[in-house]
Design a protein around this ligand. Structure first.
Ligand SMILES: NC(=O)c1ccc[n+]([C@@H]2O[C@H](COP(=O)([O-])OP(=O)(O)OC[C@H]3O[C@@H](n4cnc5c(N)ncnc54)[C@H](OP(=O)(O)O)[C@@H]3O)[C@@H](O)[C@H]2O)c1
Length: 195
């Protein structure tokens, strides 16, 4: 089976790091910025779409991609932060579930949001493989994401249904707090260990 084509919306820290990691793994990738035509072209071309824009830009992107993402795996890497860099939603819903409501025919999966962009092109911190938690309701879409995360170098762990993005988004926020507010810096990462 041909490998899936990956369209990345957002070519900032996250989009460009994931693009590098996926290209290194031999994947066909197109990462685009704000340009509306480029976004529509990339999403039409791709089998799997990765959303790596600020949370505040999601409605713009939704308006642009509309039915072009129907039936496609849509990976939500955003951290649902408001203008004060606090969690914008939580516990009773999540950014990923709200995205799914806006694009009901896309197969939304929450993943990668709990790691810093600095490690997204390798999936590693030193010798350690970092964990990508994968939450979604569509088993085939989750399997796409698990495969891509592993191809980059991460260990992918099934984190259950999309509603568990309610847990992954605060976990991403904890990572940001540790790194940027509590002084640990970005040379940290989350890893599930098993006994
Ligand atoms: N940085 C991290 O370590 C990290 C880790 C996990 C999750 N995240 C999440 O990942 C997302 C991206 O973070 P980032 O650090 O990569 O941000 P970034 O470096 O600021 O890049 C954001 C990208 O989104 C584009 N963009 C902005 N507004 C847009 C719009 N209305 N329509 C389409 N594209 C738009 C930007 O284009 P322009 O450059 O032209 O403005 C840029 O390409 C955020 O939701 C963040 O919370 C970040």
């Amino acid at each position: 089976m041909a490998t899936k084509k990956i369209g990345i919306i957002g070519d900032g820290n996250v989009g460009s790091a994931l693009a590098r990691g996926l290209k290194r793994a031999g994947r066909e990738v197109r990462a685009v910025g704000k340009d509306k035509t480029a976004i529509r072209d990339a999403v039409s071309w791709a089998d799997v779409v990765l959303l790596a824009v600020p949370f505040a830009a999601i409605d713009d992107v939704v308006q642009e991609v509309g039915n072009l993402v129907e039936g496609k795996t849509l990976i939500d890497v955003t951290n649902a932060l408001d203008a004060k860099m606090s969690l914008a939603v939580g516990f009773t819903t999540s950014g990923a579930e709200e995205l799914q409501k806006k694009l009901p025919r896309a197969r939304v999966v929450k993943a990668f949001n709990t790691q810093f962009a600095q490690h997204m092109d390798s999936g590693r911190l030193g010798d350690l493989r970092l964990t990508v938690f994968v939450a979604g309701d569509d088993p085939a879409a989750k399997s796409d994401v698990t495969e891509l995360a592993a191809a980059i170098g991460f260990e992918a762990v099934d984190a259950g249904p999309l509603a568990n993005a309610r847990l992954l988004e605060p976990l991403g926020y904890l990572n940001i707090q540790l790194g940027y507010v509590l002084g640990l810096g970005t040379q940290i990462g989350l890893k599930l260990i098993r006994g």
